[in-house]
Ligand binder design. Structure first.
Ligand code: B12
Ligand code: SF4
Ligand code: SF4
Length: 176
């Protein structure tokens, strides 16, 4: 599913230079959900405006300069890709790119004026941060056995890189 394009066509916001779908009233710290249905619904109008204007804060702030240009991301250099989706060990260059980001990256959203002004913490308890996930012990992660990892992080986004991936990320952060 091209979720961001569908969200823009559904009138939810525009695709920012940082590639994120930005809602004009809540910013971009959102997930996009999709419902497939044959219900006869009246479609909303697409969101046509591009409200980035001349701003380029996200492009300049990216720690790895992963943006080739506006809305043009070299995912191979993105910390989110490296720490969540990349399989296998890091090369020295990749470990240096990861820096002290253990899991994912939000820098290109943190600096966005639409988040600075409008993003609010969620009231949904289901998204409330868990201390052991939000602030994990990096040294403990580097040596954690698979069973212990699964017991602690089952059902969390850490299962995407998994035990091997998180140990690799933690070692890169520890040795930076
Ligand atoms: C692959 C992927 C990644 C890759 C590549 C990211 C990228 N920017 O391409 C990696 C692993 C790097 C990644 C990282 C992140 N991701 Co991601 N990712 C995806 C995923 C699974 C597929 C995107 C994709 O490549 N689609 C295929 C291509 C062809 O589609 P596309 O990129 O959307 O582009 C199409 C349209 O959007 C359109 N388009 C693109 N740009 C423009 C510009 C204009 C002007 C117009 C008109 C159209 C247009 O044309 C394209 C062709 O149809 C989506 C979920 C999904 N199914 O969409 C989540 C998704 C985009 N990710 C998401 C998130 C939250 C993140 C992270 C913030 C996670 C994190 N905290 O670390 C980072 C942010 C990095 C960034 N700045 O983009 C959210 C974004 C929510 C939002 N509000 O926009 C999504 C939608 C998941 C979700 N359901 O919530 N991600
Ligand atoms: S998520 Fe981080 S590394 Fe990836 S493009 Fe945004 S700022 Fe750059
Ligand atoms: S930081 Fe500026 S250029 Fe980047 S997405 Fe936000 S408004 Fe657009």
């Amino acid at each position: 599913m091209p979720e961001r394009e569908l969200a823009q066509l559904a009138g939810l916001g525009w695709i920012g230079k940082n590639m994120m779908l930005i809602h004009p009233e809540i910013g971009s710290f959102t997930f996009i959900g999709v419902v497939l249905t044959d219900a006869d619904l009246e479609p909303d109008l697409p969101f046509e405006a591009d409200r980035c204007g001349t701003c380029r804060r996200c492009l300049d702030a990216c720690p790895t300069q992963a943006f080739v240009g506006p809305r043009d991301l070299d995912a191979r250099a993105c910390i989110s890709y490296l720490t969540i989706e990349h399989r296998g060990e890091f090369t020295d260059t990749q470990a240096a790119q990861v820096g002290d980001w253990l899991f994912g990256c939000d820098v290109c959203q943190d600096v966005c004026p639409w988040n600075v002004s409008f993003a609010r913490e969620t009231l949904d308890a289901g998204f409330a941060p868990r201390a052991d996930v939000a602030r994990p012990d990096v040294r403990e992660l580097t040596t954690m056995e698979e069973n212990a990892f699964q017991r602690r992080y089952d059902g969390t986004p850490f299962t995407r890189p998994g035990h091997r991936g998180m140990r690799r990320n933690a070692a890169a952060v520890r040795d930076r």
